[in-house]
Design a protein around this ligand. Structure first.
Ligand code: SIN
Ligand code: CO
Length: 391
């Protein structure tokens, strides 16, 4: 997929450093969904979509979805782009492309955004803060890149379009071509035909996000009953001052609430990195027993999973489920959609294939009967689901 480059060479020479264009990365590649499918997604309430119209020098407009079908049906012939985020969470054929990028760990992947542009359509020259792989799926697109540029943005648009842009490189991509861009390279893509582009977006949390998430967790675990106390305090000699002994106790109150060991921090990171995006509601299968109370699922739920597997049904990871495995010396930490579980290391045997997209069938329950209660729990959390039609 990376032309003559191995994964190692790509990571060493390009990843986070410099752009790479690969012609014919996926020979014969065809769009995994149609423009109509994409428009359909952009009309759904729980799908994030945008419509960008305009052209360089002529002003830009941004509208947010969900859109009315008629709005999308009445778009002009030229100069608009419809962009839909997280298409990998809805379309299995799009999600399947992620397998090509597993030389980078799953947790680094954010989503696959799909754009469809009318001829002349563009979102303007801009930079992204994340690494992105742009796969051309339909029509031709002209890309212009600049690595040394003025960061000033156009005023009055929430599109973050660069005010001035002079290209240093230019090329026209066709279906099957791939363009990798590291963060902060200015790029300007212009659809020459009706063009579809898939953007595989990677994520790299910044300190503000992590500290924000950590603060939430610290507030949750802070103890109300730990409160400043001062029995037998001496008479205040200088009531307008704060004494060292008072400061010492208050400092300790703060510090003891902030103190997190590496294990606690790693578990916080596992939960945070697997947390679903805020707009995704995950519906699990209700359990007979409460999964929060019964670690590893209750006996009835376990039996039901066993029965359905024995009948030939199969369990698969839900599209877009976020799973992360952290093997420790004596146990396995599993993070699934923001939840945390501790299992024996032997569970890697079925969990690793599950993260790779393999279906769980009755042979799994024969090999690892211990897996059954965990399957019931993951089912209840919506991380896995019964396969409807074999993929
Ligand atoms: C697009 O697909 O139109 C824009 C993708 C990008 O420039 O990041
Ligand atoms: Co971009």
């Amino acid at each position: 997929m990376l032309g003559s480059l191995t994964h190692e060479e790509f990571l060493r020479r390009h990843w986070q450093q410099r752009p790479l264009l690969v012609r014919g990365a996926l020979p014969g590649f065809q769009a995994p969904l149609s423009a109509d499918d994409l428009a359909g997604l952009a009309c759904e309430a729980d799908v994030e979509s945008r419509l960008v119209s305009g052209r360089l020098g002529g002003g830009w407009q941004l509208e947010h979805g969900p859109f009315e079908e008629e709005t999308l049906a009445r778009l002009p012939e030229r100069e608009w782009t419809l962009l839909v985020q997280d298409v990998d969470k809805w379309v299995p054929e799009v999600a399947a492309l992620l397998a090509l990028f597993r030389f980078i760990p799953d947790w680094r992947i954010d989503d696959i955004m799909v754009s469809f542009a009318a001829p002349g359509g563009s979102v303007g020259p801009h930079t992204d803060q994340y690494d992105v792989v742009l796969l051309q799926a339909q029509g031709r697109r002209r890309w212009q890149l600049s690595e040394h540029f003025d960061r000033a943005l156009l005023p009055d648009v929430d599109l973050k379009i660069l005010e001035r842009f002079s290209p240093e490189q230019e090329f026209v991509v066709e279906p099957g071509d791939l363009l990798y861009l590291p963060p902060n390279v200015a790029h300007y893509g212009l659809a020459l035909d009706a063009a579809m582009t898939l953007s595989i977006g990677f994520r790299a949390p910044n300190q503000r996000e992590l500290i924000g998430a950590c603060a939430e967790q610290l507030i949750g675990s802070a103890r109300d009953e730990l409160r400043f106390r001062d029995p037998a305090r001496p008479v205040a000699a200088h009531p307008s001052r704060i004494e060292e002994a008072d400061l010492r106790q208050l400092r300790e109150l703060v510090k003891s609430g902030l103190a997190l060991g590496d294990d606690e921090l790693d578990r916080f990171l596992g939960r945070t990195l697997t947390r679903p995006k805020l707009h995704f509601e995950i519906a699990g299968e209700p359990l007979e027993s409460d999964p929060a109370r019964v670690a590893g699922g209750g006996a009835d739920d376990t039996r039901q999973v066993e029965r359905r597997l024995a009948r030939g049904e199969r369990l698969v990871r839900r599209l877009g489920a976020r799973l992360l495995l952290v093997p420790r010396t004596t146990e396995l930490w599993l993070f699934a959609d923001g939840h945390e579980f501790q299992l024996g290391l032997g569970h890697l045997e079925w969990l690793e294939p599950l993260t790779e997209g393999a279906a769980i069938d009755a042979t799994c329950s024969q090999h690892c009967p211990d897996a059954l209660p965990w399957l019931a729990t993951l089912l209840a959390h919506g991380t896995i689901e019964w396969q409807t039609d074999p993929r």
